[in-house]
Ligand binder design. Structure first.
Ligand code: HSE
Length: 400
């Protein structure tokens, strides 16, 4: 079996390494020896053995009948979309880690794969090395999915964990995450929550079998979280995590991305560093949790190569994935209930006590000029109305 890899960046070089390192085991699992015939990249890599298989023209790959499976790990929508579509139309299976591509064009590419009797697989697009796509497609099929909530971005979890445990500042933690190969090329994709947004869009589309427009998911990142917020969360016995969440309540589906303070009893509380975890609630199964390395070269490559093995094992057979191009109408999140942690100037205390039902006060040495508190659970729209009437230094959703 000859395969090709599009993109020799962090994940692409990881795929080459995994295929070499686990060559015999992969051959046993796939029931065929798998060799990389081409790697596509615009760059040259002098001194790297990849030069023997490096090509610069996609046509060489897509027109080679010997290549049956193509790995797309370039990232970004274009030219990935054009290449992947052409490959599927030519009857080649595609395995990708590209969440932008999957979130935007998943339904269409799955339909082409179905028509051509090949496969479009994307295990690595969510949760890095954690199996979550295959379980949703193949294991949790007896259940109605009631909720998916996950720490879906390794970079932001790494940053928040470092800020909490080592007191390092935001910029230094981000730099380290970039050096370790966790971060996206454009850090805004991680820290503004866009990456988590695409991932929860993919999971929600798969859970409900319809296309979620990720642009419609309310998305908030971690850029407004300060060292003081981290200390406050600590004082409340909690931790701040960035969550991607979707919920089905009485036939209405809600999805959003936002940071939240969670308490130590929450199942995702101890998910730290680059680790991701996804909690899925089924109506008959109850809760199930998936945990592992959410980013990085080899964990992500491991998931990509597992898809390659699946594609090789299923030649001529389309693995059914329920995701039609019918649009899933998301409900506005304004009626969802949350607790809120709120900081206002101390001078606004009286006003705050009138506007909010306060569950707990929290004080920090050195921040006596602030009045900080945790509200009882309230609707998002009620919170917004109250917050608009007072000077808020910062507010974060909470579940404590
Ligand atoms: N930048 C992403 C993350 C990579 O940090 O999780 C994996 O999708």
């Amino acid at each position: 079996m000859k395969i090709a890899v599009l993109g020799y960046g962090t994940v692409g070089s990881g795929v080459v390494e995994v295929v070499k390192r686990n060559y015999d085991n992969i051959a046993k699992r796939a029931r065929e020896v798998i060799d990389i015939k081409y790697v596509l990249d615009l760059r040259e890599f002098p001194g790297d053995p990849v030069m023997e298989v490096l090509v610069h023209d996609f046509g060489t790959i897509v027109n080679d009948p010997e290549v049956k499976v193509i790995v797309e790990v370039m990232g970004g929508v274009e030219p990935a979309y054009t290449f992947v579509k052409e490959a599927l139309l030519k009857g080649k299976s595609v395995c990708t880690s590209n969440k932008e591509l999957v979130a935007k064009h998943g339904a269409e590419l799955l339909e082409i794969a179905r028509q051509r009797n090949v496969n479009f697989l994307f295990e690595a697009s969510v949760g890095g090395g954690i199996p979550i796509i295959r379980p949703l497609n193949q294991s949790l099929t007896a259940d109605e999915i009631e909720e998916i909530t996950g720490i879906l971005n390794g970079t932001t979890n790494y940053i928040l964990s470092k800020m909490k445990d080592e007191g390092v500042d935001f910029e230094d933690a981000l730099k380290e995450a970039q050096e370790k190969g966790y971060a996206e090329k454009n850090p805004a994709a991680d820290i503004e929550g866009y990456d988590a947004c695409r991932k929860i869009a993919i999971l929600t589309s798969l859970a409900y079998g319809m296309q979620v427009q990720y642009e419609e998911i309310p998305t908030e990142g971690i850029t407004k979280i300060t060292a003081a917020d981290i200390r406050y969360a600590d004082a409340l016995g909690g931790s701040i995590k960035l969550f991607g969440t979707s919920k089905k309540v009485a036939d209405k589906v809600y999805a959003y991305v936002a940071p939240k303070i969670i308490g130590s009893k929450h199942p995702l509380y101890s998910v730290n560093g680059v680790f991701n975890a996804i909690l899925v609630r089924g109506n008959v199964l109850g809760d199930v949790m998936f945990y592992g390395s959410g980013a990085g070269k080899l964990p992500t490559a491991s998931a990509v190569v597992s898809d390659v093995i699946d594609a090789v094992k299923h030649q001529g057979v389309n693995i059914m994935q329920l995701w039609s191009n019918k649009k899933l109408e998301l409900e506005a999140t304004k009626t969802l209930k949350n607790q809120f942690f709120v900081r206002v100037p101390a001078t606004e205390r009286e006003k705050a006590e009138k506007l909010f039902e306060i569950a707990e006060l929290v004080t920090l040495g050195g921040l006596e000029e602030e009045f900080a508190f945790l509200t009882t659970a309230m609707k998002e729209e009620t919170f917004e109305e109250a917050a608009a009437q007072i000077c808020v230094i910062n507010s974060i959703r909470a579940e404590l």
